[in-house]
Design a protein around this ligand. Sequence first.
Ligand code: PNS
Length: 161
Amino acid sequence: MKIAVYPGSFDPVTNGHLDIIKRSAKIFDKVIICILNNSSKKSPLFSIDERVNMLRGVVSELDNVIVDTSDGLLVDYAKEQGACVIIRGLRQIADFDVELQMAQGNRLANPDVETLFMATDPKFSFISSSMVREFMNYGRTVEGFVPDEILPILREKIGGH
Ligand code: PNS
């Protein structure tokens, strides 16, 4: 069974994330979305539980996708789960430097786990969770940026439109 881990902060999940998840689910027998709790990013907008609930809601129709969390190293988590692949989406060239460094660091830590990059669909390449949070901060709509199902949760969080 080929298991892939799709890691991230998902603060919150975007349509770009969801597209990568759906495409990965067609390739792998099982895809584990892992919300990392020890990311260098401080002060997340959404708690881990909120992020888990949002993600579980948006992947509920995908039978081979599960949502989990970890506060360890990503490669250790992948090994524990029997995953052979870490999936990362690449939106634009700016992502590449940081992603390459992370993939090479992870490879050094565990050469049995491969990092595979998936090119983001161009229609989502400008979307990031930080842009969503910024728009929400200023009360602007994030419709089209995130799955429709989570719009009410985002609105409730900070009263955006
Ligand atoms: O969606 P993000 O915030 O870009 O995801 C970054 C994430 C969570 C994948 C990365 O920070 C991570 O892997 N954190 C777990 C800790 C770890 O394994 N660090 C070593 C990376 S070389």
